[in-house]
Design a protein around this ligand. Sequence first.
Ligand code: AHM
Ligand code: MG
Length: 335
Amino acid sequence: MADQTFQTLGEFLIEKQDDFKYSSGELSRLLSAIRLASKVVNREVNKAGIAEIIGQAGMENIQGEQQQKLDVLANDIFIEALSQREVVCGIASEENDDYIEIISKENAHLSKYVVLMDPLDGSSNIDVNVSVGTIFSVYRRVSEPGTPVELRDFLQKGVNQVAAGYVVYGSSTMIVYSTGNGVNGFTLDPSIGTYYLSHPNMMFSKSGKIYSINEGNYAKFPKGVKEYLKYCQEEEGDRPYTSRYIGSLVSDFHRNMIKGGIYIYPSTSQSPKGKLRLLYECNPMAYLTEQAGGKCSDGFQRIMEIEPTELHQRVPFFCGSSDMVEKAEEFMRNA
Ligand code: AHM
Ligand code: MG
């Protein structure tokens, strides 16, 4: 312990600031706002069981408001942190029908960045004390700086992202992000509220032994997915693979990045576009995946090259170790 140095996320952000393509400190400030919001959400998520008791007792909070649902609360917390610090000119969230324009106190649209986010993904897991997460994605606006933000600022291809990341509120709370120079993970020391660099340069192994999919939907899967699952379960070479599915994208992704594996949320006969959202879930995860040496596709095409047409667009999602995703794509092509 004596001569070991621990790098905090704050120190890391300062050190890496010059790596950003358009360095003015703005992106670092934006990431600092996310860091702060994540600590507040973490506190609320940790109180979830207790909040339920308080909620059941019909108790109100200090402002006399009824307990808010955690996903709505997380949405408010992130929007507040990003807008108060004036580090974005617009926010789109899975929780809101439309994007939000952020105007600075000087009544200007100063920032060049927009954030797209899923403030509390997998929130149905909270009731059963299973990990949930926040997913975020950052783009430079494409419309004229200084003017109100426009829909086209949000409907950008994933390849245009300048940063993306997630927070996992798990057995420990971590923030994992990339600004285009690899993926780094930071673990929160809750006793002092500081994130420390704990997982430098995270990488997907080329292949892995885990497949993650909601097999309850098997009957509704496309033929290619059914056949790929049969392949995963066959006894041959390094197979059968292990099946692991939490049902919380951030946690399933985090485990697979550390251990090697594939995550699939395919189209189904009921939901031909799948379930996950291109802009709030798939693109940020695809950015991280590729930064970590993995691969992400809709079964046929690279996720980050899909042209978005609407904010809440859904897309089938195949993500993880590159050899495994390529194998699944082969089954999709040949089905
Ligand atoms: P949500 O954004 O409504 O929380 O849904 C997204 C979640 C993901 O975290 C998870 O991977 C998936 O839905 C699980 O869906 P299912 O229960 O259909 O397997
Ligand atoms: Mg979600």
